[in-house]
Write a protein that binds this ligand. Structure first.
Ligand SMILES: *Cc1c(COP(=O)(O)O)cnc(C)c1O
Length: 370
């Protein structure tokens, strides 16, 4: 824990400050260390670089962090601690990788799962009394729905019920699930923390020492440990997290407003818009609304593919959270019926807002088609 602003923490933390040492912990490429020592083997004990990254992220989320080789490795460490027959509650639109993990466990008879609308706060509060795990993702992917985290995480629970929050879209700068009462926060650091679309990384943060030890054990058993280079690049990315988020969120706020008024757009999903069904929940506890917008162009689903194909500045690519704006039609990627066929998920980057708008507008209108 720390008493500085998070915008300072991302820059100042995770450094040795020892005379003669470099300002930045370098990438440490090591599997094993000379004995006798505390740090024996990096799959279990990490490297100097991954430990520095854990100090940074732990401070941001207000707990102890463990970094993993990807967001999915972190999510698996939470799910696979469940006993056989456990009851898992998940959002109706979870990240599709997490959904795959949940569905596989259901098919194998490991657990049963109930899906709840992230906006149905009462249903989540009820579920806390009976379920073994509440897996909340907020804002959700790709509908960008915000769950009322303070109410759900603070609700009375059955003894032993674990509340986990996938906070990837919000980052620790916009919400603090552990403060609201969650047991564990998960991030795909591949996204905003890394921030440059050039690495995979995941994090779990908890205040419970026993949970931390359990997750640590799962990491070493499954081998989901982060490499030295990825840990270094994630730290490099986090140094500008606050700056990048500020710029991307300013852009997103403006672009959502303009998209909402665009004649070629049927629907915009962005919690900063007052018309968004979860705007009130989001405004009640989030510091800002993030940098993701989902929108549906008018017309049939194929029109959304046409819009993506016409992009010149914005990158037609999956994933999100990089300095560069990216967008894709999600129904093509996930192929699931729950994804609205026209939905385009737009990860707003740090380019000049007028340049992004110019590209969006021409792609929507098809004016530069030859
Ligand atoms: C990307 C993502 C994940 C999975 O993370 P990886 O780093 O790709 O393994 C989990 N949850 C959300 C919300 C994501 O966007």
């Amino acid at each position: 824990m720390h008493d500085r602003n998070r915008a300072t923490w991302v820059v100042a933390s995770g450094r040795t400050r020892a005379p003669g040492e470099p300002l930045n912990v370098p990438p440490e490429f090591a599997s094993n260390y000379y004995l006798p020592t505390e740090r024996v083997y990096s799959r279990s004990d990490g490297t100097a670089t991954s430990l520095a990254l854990e100090e940074i992220v732990g401070g941001l989320d207000g707990g102890r962090a463990l970094v993993f080789s990807s967001g999915m490795a972190a999510a698996a460490a939470v799910l696979h601690r469940l006993p056989t027959g456990a009851h898992v509650v998940v959002p109706s639109d979870p990240y599709h990788g997490v959904e795959g993990l949940i569905d596989e466990g259901v098919a194998q008879g490991r657990w049963r799962a109930t899906r709840l609308d992230p906006a149905d706060t009462e249903a989540w509060v009820d579920a806390a009394r009976t379920a073994d795990l509440l897996w909340i993702e907020s804002p959700s992917n790709p509908l960008i729905a915000v769950a009322d985290l303070p109410t759900i995480c603070g609700a009375p629970r059955k003894e032993g019920t674990l509340v986990a929050v996938d906070s990837t879209f919000a980052t620790p700068l916009n919400q603090q699930p552990l403060d609201y009462g969650a047991d564990v926060v998960m991030h795909s650091a591949t996204k905003f923390m890394g921030g440059h679309s050039d690495l995979l990384a995941g994090v779990l943060v908890t205040r419970d020492p026993e949970l931390h030890d359990e997750f640590h054990r799962r990491r070493l058993l499954y081998g989901g440990t982060i490499g030295g280079m990825e840990a270094f690049l994630t730290i490099r990315g986090i140094r500008t997290l606050s700056l990048r988020m500020e710029r991307a969120q300013d852009n997103a706020r403006e672009l959502a407003r303009r998209l909402d008024a665009h004649p070629e757009v049927a629907l915009v999903r962005y919690p900063g818009l007052e018309s968004h069904p979860t705007h009130r929940a989001a405004a009640s506890f989030m510091k800002d609304f993030g940098a993701l917008i989902s929108f549906d162009p008018t017309g049939p689903g194929e029109r959304a593919s046409d819009v993506c194909a016409r992009l010149e500045l914005i990158h037609h690519a999956t994933s999100l959270g990089g300095v560069e704006s990216t967008m894709e039609r999600r129904a093509v990627i996930e192929g699931q019926e729950r994804i609205p066929p026209s939905l385009i998920r737009f990860s707003v980057g740090c380019e000049d807002v007028e340049d992004i708008w110019d590209d969006l507008d021409q792609a929507l209108r098809g004016t530069r088609e030859t």
